[in-house]
Design a protein around this ligand. Structure first.
Ligand SMILES: [Zn+2]
Length: 223
């Protein structure tokens, strides 16, 4: 399946994307991960992206679309993928539609994660990432409370907090999200692709709702 997950920063869609790709055997394509990788490697696009990310702003469409276009050409994306953090605005959605029309492989489902912003601020403040394997933990969740080192890695690296996961940056990102992403919801709803799920609750509860939404999309596509 070719799936887009939509939701504000911290809505839990990254965690669900990780679980979904494990279940479906398709890659997770995260703009954030692709950009961080470009920044870490110091590529020209990465250096331009870094200046925007440090300021809590969104990286411009030209950079993001370029990075996604290259990623979708890789062989592992042929069977499907879970897009996480892309598209983020109408221009990106139109660029994506055009890329997919060229290869006659349209999206199967767009799922919107609905949460309230107070919950998002709490989740983001608790988010920690393994620098080795990329697993995301949340120290505010019962399952990960007090955790400081990765459970998946043999040499258990110390978990890190992303520099952009602080209060001021979060507030800025949420306001940018509202402005840029909300029009996407209307766009995908008009196309009949959008399914909304309540993203409040445990990871398992949200995962169950996500599976139901995707099953409904698959059924609608067969009808
Ligand atoms: Zn790890």
């Amino acid at each position: 399946m070719r799936i887009v997950l939509l939701g504000a920063p911290g809505s839990g869609k990254g965690t669900q994307a990780q679980r979904l790709v494990a279940r479906l055997g398709v890659p997770q394509i995260s703009t954030g991960d692709l950009l961080r990788s470009a920044v870490a490697r110091g590529t020209p696009l990465g250096l331009r992206a870094k200046a925007a990310m440090d300021a809590g702003a969104l990286v411009n469409d030209e950079i993001v679309i370029g990075i996604i276009r290259e990623r979708l050409k890789e062989p592992d994306a042929a069977r499907g993928y879970v897009l996480d953090g892309f598209p983020r605005n109408l221009a990106q959605a139109q660029a994506l539609a055009s890329m997919l029309a060229d290869i006659q492989a349209p999206l199967d489902a767009v799922v919107l994660f609905e949460v309230d912003y107070a919950e998002i601020a709490r989740r983001i403040a608790g988010r920690r990432t393994c620098p080795n394997c990329g697993t995301i933990y949340n120290v505010h969740d019962a399952a990960s409370r007090g955790i400081t080192h990765c459970r998946n890695c043999d040499v258990a690296p110390l978990l890190t907090q992303r520099p952009d996961d602080n209060e001021q940056t979060v507030t800025r990102r949420l306001s940018v999200y509202d402005e840029q992403t909300l029009p996407l919801i209307g766009h995908y709803r008009a196309l009949g692709l959008l399914r909304s799920i309540n993203a409040m609750g445990s990871v398992a509860e949200v995962e169950s709702r996500l599976h139901k939404a995707l099953a409904a999309s698959a059924q609608a596509a067969r009808a």
